[in-house]
Design a protein around this ligand. Structure first.
Ligand SMILES: CC(C)(COP(=O)(O)OP(=O)(O)OC[C@H]1O[C@@H](n2cnc3c(N)ncnc32)[C@H](O)[C@@H]1OP(=O)(O)O)[C@@H](O)C(=O)NCCC(=O)NCCS
Length: 168
């Protein structure tokens, strides 16, 4: 159903100059209640966030016609040493660019990067009601681990959280 093939997008490592676009795109996702994160970000905060990433936890952006329309990252899942082979992931696409293949392009690249830097598994926590994200992750081979019931309190309502994983 995606209108555009991932090949029409270019995915590259994020640079400091991408902090503005990344903050705008993240804030759209936060406002759309796609995440349990509720605190809006600023370009400066995202610049510091980018600067603090290490080689195993990169951030990438996807461009269409030279414009950044999404970002994705490999995040620390758990600081305990035994979890060092697991990465948590984030994928966010600008509202105006959703459902056109950009999320798929980002997730394809995250899977490649996960392998390149030696992770054994990618995991994520999302909302079971987020049809686009469930479809995206399923399509890229993620399986549903289970649902935490009433895991977060968002806008005064309990929300369930869906855990998904993909072995690399
Ligand atoms: C979730 C998100 C990253 C998906 O990226 P996208 O660019 O919109 O997705 P794509 O166009 O690559 O489509 C991926 C799959 O989802 C499906 N899909 C896209 N939007 C959909 C929707 N609104 N409802 C149902 N399925 C949808 C597509 O059909 C496609 O499946 P297919 O390849 O089997 O046809 C994007 O919608 C987004 O940023 N949403 C807000 C933030 C968010 O939810 N992030 C994930 C938090 S876990």
């Amino acid at each position: 159903m995606s209108a555009a093939s991932p090949r029409e997008y270019s995915v590259r490592p994020a640079r400091s100059q991408d902090a503005d676009a990344i903050s705008v795109i993240y804030n759209e996702g936060i406002a759309d209640r796609a995440t349990l994160e509720t605190e809006s970000r600023t370009p400066d905060e995202r610049r510091s966030w980018l600067a603090a990433r290490d080689a195993r936890h990169p951030v990438v952006v996807v461009e269409a016609d030279g414009v950044v329309v999404g970002w994705a990252s490999l995040n620390v899942f758990n600081a305990r040493d035994a979890y060092r082979h697991v990465a948590d992931i984030s994928v966010y696409v600008a509202r105006a660019a959703r459902a056109k293949g950009a999320g798929s392009a980002l997730l394809h690249r995250l899977v490649e990067l996960g392998r390149e830097v030696g992770f054994h598994k990618l995991v994520l926590a999302g909302f079971p009601t987020n049809a686009a994200s469930v479809a995206l992750y399923r399509h890229l081979g993620f399986r549903e681990v289970g649902v935490y019931r009433e895991q977060g309190l968002l806008d005064g309502r309990w929300v369930d959280v869906l855990l998904m994983e993909r072995l690399l």
